[in-house]
Design a protein around this ligand. Structure first.
Ligand code: SF4
Length: 429
């Protein structure tokens, strides 16, 4: 069976033109996706069955026993932490938030360690943005700042920016100018028209210089800022002002370098000011396929986009205090539930050491480093392959993930729902 218009559940581009061939409940071919997408959709080693750790070793068990034990751990915890959520459906995210409220947990997603500074900046200065479709059809100036999407979002340039043709961009690559700002010459920089190399940590200064030149006060800008000659900055501002439709994409090179939210607020302010001259938009390059979706669901259900603490019986939010790495580094939480994420592979050593000390529950389709530390392992169906649901693309457009084959395990949403029911049963609610 050939299934068309499939969404790729890997990165924030959520490509929606994938063609999948299924034979006997197995995906045998994936067309149109990049290598990363093909690899995800063709499948990897799976967690075979629910497991519980006993005497230091994981033994297989039933969902019933693993869910009961998980519910007992969470119910008996004084300070449970629930983390992950970027690679599952909005429906599972919603159920997770309901569970967090029930047990008074801190719930946080991977935004915490990637685009949290973007969320903080957007709260302060807004986000003059647009959709990827508008960019494809209109943008003639494309800027990537601290983002190597040739490797992180492999189809981004061919589907939405540099190498695509749209309604008002019929000339394709010839009619577009691409500028990359980064601290090193990345694969993306190699296919750009301009590569602007910045001294690491000087993004804020370079953005400020561009804003000052744009404001007509270039006289006060020194001959070089952040390693970029003043003439080059003037040339870029001229190009920005004379573009028909410009867009500035930024990645973790901007959000996680010195200045963090201030860098992003400065970039957004630059774009806002450019709109006095032409049409300009700004967009964060979001990583996991539904990291944006968790922010949406969390914001409309709690008022905050990530790092929400329910310990007071109502949502409380203070990134730096209620964000996962900070909670772990203070040794504050006494249990953790990880959903569709692998913090053991990505978090600082101190955080992972605390995760290893406390009762740890994992819900994931595939084994990873976090499995090595987990006390309860609950295998899940793969969102967007074995389970349908909603996911938000990096531009905030909600799209429907499709079910391509029958699942061998329960969905994240179903597992969380069963844990929640068991918690309520234990508490006598
Ligand atoms: S660019 Fe991202 S969403 Fe598109 S096919 Fe590749 S991994 Fe999948």
């Amino acid at each position: 069976m050939i299934i068309t218009d499939v969404l790729c559940p890997f990165c924030g581009d959520l490509c929606d033109d994938i063609i999948v061939e299924v034979e006997g409940n197995k995906i045998i071919e994936v067309k149109e996706a990049c290598e990363t997408g093909v690899s995800k959709m063709m499948g990897h080693e799976r967690i075979a069955a629910p497991m519980i750790r006993e005497n230091g070793k994981l033994r297989e068990t039933t969902y019933e026993e693993a869910i009961t034990k998980a519910a007992e751990i969470l119910t008996n915890s004084l300070r449970p932490l629930m983390y992950g959520w970027g690679s599952t459906t909005c429906e599972a995210d919603k159920k997770g938030i309901e569970l967090a409220e029930e047990i008074g947990a801190i719930i946080d997603n991977t935004t915490s360690v990637c685009h949290a500074p973007s969320v903080l900046a957007i709260q302060n200065v807004g986000l003059p943005s647009c959709t990827l479709g508008q960019i494809k059809n209109r943008a003639d100036l494309i800027i990537y700042w601290g983002s190597n999407q040739a490797e992180a979002h492999p189809r981004h340039m061919s589907k939405y920016t540099s190498f695509t043709k749209g309604f008002f961009t019929k000339e394709g690559r010839k009619g577009k100018h691409v500028i990359v700002f980064d601290v090193r010459k990345t694969t993306t920089a190699e296919v750009a028209d301009d590569f602007v190399q910045i001294i690491p940590g000087d993004d804020y200064r370079v953005l400020s210089a561009l804003r000052v030149i744009l404001a007509g006060a270039g006289d006060v800008v020194p001959s070089s800022v952040g390693g970029v000659p003043k003439e080059k900055l003037i040339e870029i501002v001229d190009r920005m002002k004379s573009s028909r439709f410009g867009v500035l994409f930024f990645g973790m090179g901007l959000t996680q370098s010195r200045g963090k939210p201030y860098n992003v607020a400065n970039a957004i302010s630059l774009v806002r000011e450019l709109n006095a001259h032409t049409k300009f938009a700004v967009m964060p390059m979001r990583g996991h396929f539904n990291v944006t979706g968790f922010n949406q669901v969390c914001a409309w259900s709690t008022g905050f986009a990530f790092a929400v603490d329910f310990a007071r019986g109502k949502p409380w939010y203070n990134p730096g205090e209620t964000s996962t790495v900070d909670v772990l580094n203070r040794g504050e939480c006494d249990s953790a539930l990880i959903v569709a994420s692998d913090p053991a592979a990505h978090f600082p050593r101190k955080s992972v050491e605390h995760l290893a000390k406390i009762p740890l529950i994992q819900i994931d389709p595939c084994p990873n480093l976090t499995t090595e530390l987990a006390d309860i392992v609950l295998p899940a169906a793969i969102a967007g392959i074995e389970v349908e649901g909603t996911a938000y693309r990096m531009d905030g457009v909600p799209l429907r993930l499709r079910k391509l084959i029958e699942p061998v395990h329960l969905s994240d949403e179903e597992i969380l729902s069963r844990i929640l029911s068991k918690v309520r049963e234990i508490r006598g609610d």
